[in-house]
Design a protein around this ligand. Sequence first.
Ligand code: NAD
Length: 362
Amino acid sequence: MGQPLTVGIVGCGAISAQYLKTIDRLPQVKLVAVADLDPERARAAAEQYAGVEALGVAELIADPRIQVVLNLTIPAAHADIALQAIAAGKDVYCEKPLAATGEDARRVLDAAREAGVRVGCAPDTVLGTGTQTARAAIDDGLIGRPIAATATMMTPGHERWHPNPDFYYVPGGGPLLDMGPYYISSLITMLGPVRSVIGAASRTRSKRTIGSGPRQGEEIPVTVDTHVTGVLVHESGVLSTLVMSFDAVATRAPNIEVHGERGSLVVPDPNRFDGQVLLTKLGDGEARELPVSAGYAEAGRGVGLIDFLSDREPRAGGTLAFHVLDVMESLLASARSGRSVDVESTCERPAAVALGDPAALG
Ligand SMILES: NC(=O)c1ccc[n+]([C@@H]2O[C@H](COP(=O)([O-])OP(=O)(O)OC[C@H]3O[C@@H](n4cnc5c(N)ncnc54)[C@H](O)[C@@H]3O)[C@@H](O)[C@H]2O)c1
């Protein structure tokens, strides 16, 4: 193995613990420092890991030891932190969505291209065995020609468990921008980019009540749609039907299904790395579980950083994340206008991930 990839984290909130755990497990990635607007959070995170320093945000971004800035701030801060990192000549890997708006995301990608640095973006869950085994099944022709897919995410909303859920209900949040990146990245990984969309959306209440933590009982404003549905027309002609909602008590629909001429697949939760892939072939009464055949095994959030060790565009990459954001914004624009909207951007299907333990990759 060569020199490890050196990383600095900006944003030590709820999700950072999962990244810290993954990085600790990957010998090829070394965490150098952490930072947060709240220095206490950075100190608490640094204390758990030997050799990791708590720095100020600007100090971390300027630190010459750090190659990649891992941006785990809230969506409204994603572009600002990414642009600062790029200006300092760093690669950047960002939590999803790439930015709160497509316009901000475009500025990030343009700045990165000019600076000659790379942009990666969550979700990297789709590099795990769940989506990758389903993709391999489709690529191997197990369902015949793909025709359609459904993607369903319905919950009552994150304010019940997240102590600071404000960002879920302002631009950059909502069920579509929050959870859509998992589902749409998985659909694009399996079925390719999207050429147009038709959307419809609603907002059931103007306030939400925080359900846990020190702010329990506090009302927060809702300024985004909280139930979003639509159809994605893939460049291949496949039609994916999407339902993303913070307005439902529960659903028993599979997270994702993909239907082909000769078979139907149940694809596991794209917010997880693993899960069962089920195939029902035309004429078979029963679904059977497919053996795990592709993807990172035992992976955790942050595994997408591994691609920065080579010269390639990261598979959990900026171009894919930009297209995903463009698809989501186009859906919301379609919902507003009541008309189909062409998606201007496109992307390559990210390269497939061979089955293996990411910790063993050089
Ligand atoms: N919480 C989850 O389960 C979860 C899961 C997957 C992805 N995500 C994504 O991860 C990101 C962070 O979510 P979270 O739940 O950890 O949020 P959080 O509010 O718990 O943490 C965000 C942290 O970023 C810090 N921060 C905000 N702006 C900053 C800035 N300009 N400079 C430095 N630090 C700043 C905050 O002080 C806070 O500590 C979001 O994009 C979210 O969509 C969250």
